[in-house]
Design a binder for this molecule. Structure first.
Ligand SMILES: [Zn+2]
Length: 420
């Protein structure tokens, strides 16, 4: 992509309201735009990062045998009433068109008669359970696993910390359906390792952390926590084996002996980047999802649900990987594989760009008519792992000057070797 075609620009400053590092750097770099409190647009650069994250997640979800689908964001009242989650105050409720039409009459008389009919979904256990009940008859139909990557909504009273806590956010939610608890527990472990692979591929070390059930289940659940000062969660974790518990449920204290080894527990702030819930039969009971076992007896389907917030994942990566000049993306999630800078408007830079494109390299090509200083500063702020500079000087030295974002070392590489 030619940088001259990007309609976004980098910014030196952001509004004083953006106090978190991720929102500051992502806004300054032209990755996101804040539309309202807790509501952000992913600009072209930001959307490319989201696509990289989505692809990593898709690959790992497909590898464990789950299949992708897409459910509606508008969730009808009847779904959430069945599980007592309609009045939890979590979602944004939506009034039906019929009732909106009535607003033409004096609002005062009708305000208390407005019928809220839908909620903008913050999770989809109910919806997928009802869908599943249409297809599951016998034990032969189980187990199965399905996921979606979709926008979710939460009526956060005070959204904060940029993409870490928003009112609208992208989620990957996976649901699993089993004949019994044991089968669920097996799959739970499979997802655990898939999640650890996802976070590792995104450059993050996530700790598998015992946590409370929240709205989802009365049972224990697990979170994936990344240590970070800005994090809203507090966890205790072992300095040796990384066994971890959320302080909300932990009976341990700092300095206590680890349950798993002879290490010591220490406390830290952390960001929850994923969570997994053994739902059991809570939703299948409420929404009547049954199957017939081998003897023809009717049983409740056992379920699990598993989430990863994509915007939050992106924000966590930025919180972990930055310096005073900007973001330092791990190459696996950077918006482009290479940032090509043309310093002297030479024709060779155009040719190099074309060749790289033909060879399938994802390049951001800074062909803008701006100062050298501005190009370097923007490259550091945007934070693509590899910078390649084409100038009269570099060409005289025999090629293109390469520098990694996380290093000060520069080296000349021959133009023919660049695509490698
Ligand atoms: Zn330990």
């Amino acid at each position: 992509m030619r940088q001259s075609k990007l309609f976004t620009k980098t910014q030196k400053t952001v509004s004083a309201g953006e106090t978190s590092k991720n929102a500051q750097l992502l806004t300054r770099g032209g990755f996101i735009y804040k539309n309202s409190a807790g509501i952000y647009t992913y600009l072209p650069l930001g959307w490319r990062v989201i696509e990289k994250l989505s692809n990593i997640i898709r690959e790992e979800m497909n590898a464990i045998g789950s299949v992708e689908m897409f459910m509606p964001a508008l969730v009808s009242k009847e779904y959430l009433q069945a599980t007592d989650r309609w009045d939890k105050g979590v979602g944004f409720k939506v009034v039906s068109q019929t009732d909106l039409d009535k607003l033409q009459a004096p609002i005062r008389q009708l305000a208390d008669k407005l019928q809220e009919e839908y909620v903008l979904g913050w999770t989809h256990e109910e919806v997928i359970t009802v869908i599943a009940s249409n297809y599951v008859n016998s034990y032969r139909d189980l187990p199965f696993f399905t996921y979606q990557i979709q926008t979710k909504f939460r009526n956060e009273k005070r959204p904060k910390s940029g993409l870490l806590r928003g009112r609208e956010f992208m989620m990957k939610d996976l649901y699993s359906f089993h004949t019994d608890q044991k089968d669920l527990e097996c799959f739970y472990e499979v997802v655990k390792f898939a999640y650890l692979r996802i976070f590792e591929r995104c450059g993050l070390e996530a700790l598998y952390t015992l946590a409370a059930g929240g709205d989802f289940t009365e049972d224990y659940t697990h979170e994936f926590q990344v240590l970070a000062e800005v994090g809203e969660d507090s966890i205790l974790y072992c300095n040796k084996c990384k066994y971890a518990e959320n302080k909300e449920v932990s009976k341990l204290k700092t300095g206590d002996k680890c349950k798993e080894c002879n290490g010591k527990m220490q406390s830290a702030n952390s960001i929850e980047v994923g969570n997994i819930f053994p739902l059991g039969t809570k939703y299948s009971k409420a929404l009547n999802l049954k199957y017939k076992d081998e003897d023809g007896n009717e049983k409740q389907v056992v379920m699990g649900s598993y989430g990863i917030g994509l915007g939050r994942l992106m924000a966590t990566i930025v919180e972990k990987y930055n310096d005073d000049k900007g973001i330092i993306w791990p190459s696996s999630v950077a918006p482009f594989g290479m940032h090509l800078l043309s310093l002297d408007k030479n024709k060779d830079a155009d040719k190099i760009y074309q060749t790289l494109i033909e060879k399938g390299v994802q390049v951001l090509y800074d062909d803008r008519d701006v100062s050298v200083g501005e190009k370097f500063a923007d490259a550091d702020l945007i934070g693509i792992s590899m910078r390649a500079v084409v100038s009269e000087k570099s060409l005289k030295k025999g090629g293109v000057e390469i520098k990694m974002r996380d290093s000060d070392k520069e080296e000349i590489i021959k133009i023919d070797d660049l695509s490698k």
